[in-house]
Design a protein around this ligand. Structure first.
Ligand SMILES: Cc1ncc(COP(=O)(O)O)c(C=O)c1O
Length: 369
């Protein structure tokens, strides 16, 4: 659905009477080091591609993606972002009852609702740092024909290990599991944790180009699914849903591993460093709590009495857009999510949050300054 997402810098810019580019967008979970300059150069040089229709089924990039991951191209489909695929899956599978492992990205539920699929949530426990409890999922998922599991999860950052996911999926062969790996490239060892090479017959894997390469405006995502499940998706595919420049970008990315791998590796190093700094600062100076995250954003529980809207407004007044997590099923107005950006932006956001927490803990402080 259109509402409920982060990243609306346009509305905030209107409110603050500034340009969207003057806002530090810490609500959108995209690679702080991206996009790759070499990719931008390539896209500029390829701009004339927009004068022709793109390949109707994006077959060229399906091939390039399959070669990159060493998988059968018959098991791969491209979409206008993983969003298009998320909304297609419940309908294509004729699902009746879905389970969403939360708190998580709202579009899984929206996709089910839009396709008249009953949708239940299993909310992971805050006491467990929102780590998915595979036994609990197994119990509840037995009644579902479709399960959405985001790994690492948005907004908690929790990462489930591949063997645990495999055991879960094997234990319920009659249930289709959709594993959304949109944020996995940011995790320390994505190659160990990805399910993309899995040959389990009931597993679909979503892979987004938007986040890792910071090209959300191009709209490209993939699904890898065993052939029988893929055959259910194909009749609902839309012609030309991946535009010419998006196809050009994927071709370039898949054909330049010698540039892409170092880029992703320095992204991971930078994220680890920045995450460590911001978490330490918040932990040492406030009563807010950062949940352990395997990816490029951090979920924060605010200290008692301070709510997400207050923090959101304070940050917004300082031209920083963060994610108020109030509308995530399973969270509340006590949670915010901050997506990492440059060192300077992260430092500024952490300082503002620390100051707000201090002012809040000691209102006299606010007037003394
Ligand atoms: C978990 C998750 N999956 C999928 C998407 C959709 O991404 P895209 O359609 O750009 O691939 C998002 C967007 O924020 C997301 O957070």
């Amino acid at each position: 659905m259109i509402g409920g997402h982060g990243g609306n810098i346009y509305r905030l810019a209107q409110r603050l009477n500034c340009r969207p580019s003057e806002i530090s967008d810490m609500s959108a979970n995209v690679n702080p080091l991206g996009p790759m300059p070499a990719l931008i150069d390539h896209l500029k040089a390829s701009i004339s591609a927009i004068a022709a229709l793109p390949e109707v089924d994006a077959g060229g990039i399906v091939g390039a993606f399959s070669r990159f991951y060493g998988i059968d191209p018959r098991q791969v489909m491209a979409g206008n972002g993983t969003t298009e695929l998320i909304y297609r899956i419940p309908r294509a599978l004729g699902a009746k009852m879905a389970l969403v492992v939360g708190p998580t990205y709202a579009d899984y539920q929206d996709a089910c609702t839009m396709n008249q699929v009953i949708c239940d949530h299993l909310i992971c426990r805050e006491e467990d740092d929102f780590a998915p409890d595979m036994r609990a999922i197994r119990r509840v998922a037995a009644a579902a024909d479709l399960v959405f599991l985001c790994n690492p999860n948005n907004p908690t950052g929790a990462l489930a290990a591949r063997p645990d996911i495999e055991t879960l999926c094997r234990s319920l062969p009659g249930t289709v599991f959709v594993i959304d790996e949109s944020y996995l490239p940011f995790a320390p060892k994505p190659a160990d944790d990805t399910m993309i090479g899995s040959d389990l017959p009931n597993v679909m894997v979503l892979n987004s180009m938007s986040k890792a390469f910071r090209i959300p405006g191009l709209r490209i995502g993939f699904v890898k699914a065993p052939e029988p499940l893929m055959q259910a998706l194909v009749p609902l595919a839309l012609p030309w849903s991946v535009n010419s420049l998006a196809q050009t970008a994927v071709q370039w990315l898949m054909e330049h591993p010698e540039q892409v791998e170092p880029f992703l590796s320095s992204t991971r190093n930078s994220i680890e460093k920045e995450k460590g700094r911001i978490e330490e600062c918040i932990h040492q100076k406030t009563d807010a709590r950062c949940f352990p995250s395997a990816t490029t954003f951090v979920l924060i529980r605010l200290p008692d009495g301070l709510n997400a809207e207050t923090v959101w407004r304070h940050m917004a007044d300082n031209r920083i857009l963060i994610r108020d997590c109030t509308n995530f099923t399973g969270l509340s107005d006590r949670f915010i999510r901050i997506s990492l950006k440059s060192e300077a932006e992260n430092r500024r956001a952490a300082d503002l949050l620390v100051q707000l927490c201090r002012d809040h803990a000691d209102p006299g402080n606010r007037h003394a300054r």
